[in-house]
Design a protein around this ligand. Structure first.
Ligand SMILES: NC(=O)c1ccc[n+]([C@@H]2O[C@H](COP(=O)([O-])OP(=O)(O)OC[C@H]3O[C@@H](n4cnc5c(N)ncnc54)[C@H](O)[C@@H]3O)[C@@H](O)[C@H]2O)c1
Length: 405
């Protein structure tokens, strides 16, 4: 057996596996692993993460759930036609796309699905376990990149699909990442189970554009003692995400995270709203405007405006790969509960994390350092914190979330 075949491999189980973000993740991972493209946008490929023990891109194996049938290679063709993927890349990694396509299982609940919540959780968990078993994976990370769901309907409503999948991940013994604003592990039913499981989890809602800028500019206004009077934003977006966010309840879930970062970094909630408009003609290309009205010395009124024009899936995919690698390594190191150190990646981070990007980056690179110092292997017993690894006793390690806050 060659050295590469004997290396432990790590599964990445994508919920929403045939979506734009998922297709870009699978295509991009294969292209970068093959040396066809540099790892632009992947923070885990920068020197701060050297020797942190992260799984190699070539050791990631993809599978997942989706509720649509369009095969991954076809989806990659569509993304190529839309300019999201560079020409020729989907053909160059056709065998990797086909391999991931073979590992996609039907998701749910689909309209008319008669299965109970318990049956759905069991079916999803069985699919994940089967994937891990057949590929002899060391572990698998479940990552939610499915369509955004409407905001919470309250504790008595049926469990949202994202929470069914989060519970399935726990049942299958897998760490979990929520890249969407959907409830997932935030639902009280899942939060309780997460605490018992001793598994690490991260989320929620990837920070790829407007909120990324806000997490830099908010601290700037606060540190320069400039009084922000109003912060208004508008987003124009097409694609599947644009269509999902045309539902005001789904957009509300997304906008809550975008506004939270302002309140947290400014220490006050400025006037102004954030809107998301579905413009199908734009596909995956998003334009985000922010208009910030602020007061300077002696009350002089001033305005900052920003325009962000980005390709959503190209911004999201490298972060999903970073998160899968970091969460897998956190699991290997024996960490459990909310991974605060990954707040850098999220609009609405779990746990007790700062909201400014600079502080979040310090926490992330400290985490990378502590992973490096912990050395290779299982259950190194790290504790989260500003880069300081601390040995935990076995009881402490398996004691769930409380240990890590
Ligand atoms: N692209 C970004 O910059 C970015 C940033 C932050 C968050 N996100 C979030 O990532 C998610 C994915 O975005 P996208 O552009 O790939 O959207 P998309 O519409 O292209 O893909 C979503 C996929 O989820 C699938 N899906 C829907 N319900 C499901 C279910 N119950 N089970 C399994 N699969 C299901 C859909 O069939 C679709 O294939 C969205 O929630 C979006 O808000 C994206």
């Amino acid at each position: 057996m060659s050295a590469s075949l004997s290396r432990p491999r790590v599964g990445v189980w994508l919920i929403g596996a045939r979506g734009s973000v998922a297709t870009t993740v699978v295509t991009g991972c294969a292209a970068v692993a093959a040396g066809l493209h540099p790892p632009t946008g992947m923070v885990t490929e920068t020197p701060a993460f050297t020797e942190s023990g992260l799984p190699a891109l070539s050791d990631l194996v993809f599978g997942g759930h989706d509720t649509v049938d369009c095969p991954l290679p076809k989806r990659a063709e569509t993304l190529t036609a839309g300019g999201v993927l560079p020409p020729g890349i989907a053909t160059a990694v056709a065998s990797e796309l086909a391999a991931a396509e073979r590992e996609i299982r039907p998701g749910g609940p689909t309209p008319g699905d008669t299965r109970s919540e318990a049956e759905l959780i069991t079916a999803f968990a069985d699919d994940i376990r089967d994937f891990v078993h057949r590929h002899e994976l060391e572990r698998a990370v479940v990552v939610n990149v499915a369509s955004t769901e409407p905001a919470s309907q309250g504790p008595d409503a049926p469990l949202p699909a994202s929470t069914l999948y989060a519970l399935a991940a726990l049942r299958a013994g897998c760490p979990y990442v929520n890249f969407t604003p959907s409830e997932g592990m935030h639902h009280p039913a899942a939060a309780r189970e997460a605490e018992r499981s001793g598994l690490p989890y991260a989320g929620r809602d990837g920070k790829t554009g407007q909120t990324l800028l806000r997490s830099v500019l908010g601290p700037m206004f606060a540190q320069r003692a400039l009084a922000v009077r109003a912060w208004s934003g508008t987003n124009l977006l097409g694609g599947g995400d644009g269509a999902a966010l045309a539902d005001p309840a789904a957009a509300a879930a997304k906008n809550a995270g975008k506004e939270r970062v302002l309140t947290d970094t400014l220490g006050t909630t400025p006037q102004g709203e954030t809107h998301i408009d579905d413009v199908p003609a734009l596909g995956d290309w998003k334009t985000a405007w922010d208009h910030i009205a602020f007061d300077g010395f002696l009350g002089t009124r001033m305005i900052l405006q920003t325009t962000w024009q980005g390709c959503d899936s190209a911004l999201a995919a490298p972060l999903v790969l970073d998160l899968a690698r970091l969460t897998a390594r956190a699991h290997e190191s024996g960490l459990s509960g909310p991974l605060d150190a990954l707040a850098f990646y999220f609009k609405d981070p779990v746990g007790d994390a700062p909201s400014g990007l600079a502080e979040q980056y310090v926490a992330l690179t400290g985490f990378a350092r502590s992973l490096r110092e912990a050395g290779p292997g299982e259950g190194t017993g790290l504790r989260q914190g500003a880069g300081e690894g601390r040995e935990l006793g076995r009881e402490e390690r398996t004691n769930g979330m409380g240990d890590l806050r």
